[in-house]
Each structure stands twice: as C-alpha cells, then as structure tokens.
Design a protein around this ligand. Structure first.
Ligand code: ADP
Ligand code: MG
Length: 256
C-alpha cells in the first residue's frame, strides 16, 4: 500500500432527517496512521457519521476533508477511489462467490480510478490480472485467509466472513479504513483475532482506522483517541483513559 495518507478532517458536520438532527456540528480529526474510535449510545449518530464519510448520506452542512478532497459531496465509489474504504455493519459480500472472487471484485471496482495502479508496485509487464491475483494472495495471507481463498463465503463461519469483509476493504488499497462494529456478533476468541488484525493493519500497513464500536474493551485497547457522541452531539474527545473517566460520558452511558 501507499503508506500513511492524509488526515481525515471532519468539521461542523450536521445531518438532519426532517425534524431530527442526527448529527449536530460534529468535528474531529483522524491523524495519519492513527486509530480513532467513535462511540456513543444507540441513536447517537455513529452510523450516520459513517454514512456521511463514505458518501452514502449527504451532510446538511459542514465539511469532510481528506487530503485535497472534499468527501461530503462524493458518491461512494469516488470516496473509495481517493483511498477511503469501509466495511458495513451487515456483511455485504457476495455469499455464493469464493473469497478470491470477492477480493478481486473489490479491486476491479477501483480499476480506472488511477489510485489503484499507483498502489500496485508490480512491473506492468506481468499483466494487470497477474498483479491483482498476486496482491489478493498477499492480502489473504495478511488476514489469515489463504486456505479459504477458493471457498464460497456462505460456507465459512461468521467470524471468518467478517475477516473476508476486512480483506475486501484492504483489497481496495485504502489509506483510511472505516470499520463499522467489526467485532459485533463475534465470540470472544473471534474478537481477539479481529482486534489483533485491526492493530496489524495500522502497524504493518500504515493504514489509518476510524472505528465505530460498542465493545468498550476493544475501543480502549485499540484506539489512540476517541470521540463520544450522544444525541448527535460531540460530548467528549480525548485519549481512552480520559474518556473512561469523563463524567459526561459516564452519564450518557448510564442514561442518568
Ligand atoms: P447509531 O449508529 O449511533 O446508533 P444512527 O446514526 O443510526 O445512530 O442514528 C442517529 C439518529 O438518526 C437516530 O435517531 C436514527 O433514528 C436517525 N436516522 C438514522 N438514519 C436515518 C434515516 N435514513 N432517516 C431518518 N432517520 C434516520
Ligand atoms: Mg449504528
């Protein structure tokens, strides 16, 4: 991959659905190479924030900058094209296809965007298909899926399917990875594997990570910094140790 990319700068983002303000002037920054988490009770606006960043929802106002790009006005495929890839809370893989074919699909979506060819450090003479195949093998190795490459996704256990989802996002050669509840529904053993993988994505690949997660243990272990949302507002922002002690955060979680 191309190594650490630019910072993600979210500035005063507001999203309204009719009379409901799902996000109210929310700001935060994900520095290059950082793992930043967004937490908050149900309905706080976490998924809305993700959907704005990935081009699924349009912000009512505010800006999202990534390098020279303004993400708020971009369609989802263009967001991926500038190096921001996401996973979905509900797996959106092609279940009747093999792991290999799902990863190749992730790459082919980007072909022609210009970004992917910059990320491929393989000689052109080897041919584009061979280069894609080799990169898919590397990524599968990185996430521990090599033995499952020829298996149809529907035949794999849930925890491994979630790893396929991560691998498919990595196949898009992102510089920033958006993970929506990566350990939801997993056993504690599967959670440990996924947490270690997310840490490795940052450590070994230099990819920044924005994580939405309910599992506080995972957030405290993985995140460099945390933004806490409640009813669409940012109520706290800081390192995990500060966040855990913050009275407003404790109130929001206890519903007091
Ligand atoms: P979280 O992911 O933190 O649980 P969401 O971002 O899903 O919260 O939701 C924040 C608020 O916005 C909720 O009140 C939710 O009902 C509302 N909301 C989210 N998406 C939509 C939508 N497409 N249309 C209307 N309201 C929505
Ligand atoms: Mg959500």
């Amino acid at each position: 991959t191309a190594g650490p990319g630019p910072a993600l700068e979210v500035r005063d983002v507001t999203v309204r659905f009719g009379g409901l303000t799902a996000l109210d002037r929310v700001s935060f920054t994900v520095p290059p190479g950082a793992i930043h988490a967004i937490i908050g009770p149900n309905g706080a606006g976490k998924s809305t924030c993700f959907n704005v960043l990935s081009g699924v929802y349009r912000a009512t106002s505010g800006r999202v900058g990534f390098g020279g790009h303004e993400l708020t006005a971009m369609a989802p495929h263009r967001v991926a094209g500038v190096g921001v890839a996401r996973t979905f809370q509900n797996i959106a893989l092609s279940h009747s296809q093999t792991v290999r074919s799902n990863l190749l699909t992730g790459r082919h979506r980007l072909t022609g965007s210009g970004f992917l060819s910059a990320g491929l450090r393989l000689p052109r003479a080897r041919g584009e298909e061979a280069a894609h195949a080799e990169r898919v093998r590397e990524i599968a190795g990185f996430v521990g899926l090599r033995e499952h490459l020829e298996t149809e996704v529907r035949l794999l256990p849930y925890g491994i399917q979630k790893r396929v989802e991560l691998a498919r996002a990595l196949a898009m050669e992102p510089r920033l990875l958006l993970l929506d509840e990566p350990v939801a529904g997993m056993t504690s053993a599967e959670r440990r594997v996924m947490a270690e993988l997310v840490a490795a994505v940052r450590r070994s690949l230099g990819i920044s990570v924005l994580l939405v997660e309910h599992d506080m243990g995972i957030v405290m272990r993985l995140a460099d910094s945390v933004t806490v949302l409640d009813f669409g507002r940012r109520i706290a922002d800081g390192v995990p140790e500060e966040i855990q002690r913050d009275p407003a955060v404790i109130r929001a979680y206890l519903g007091a």
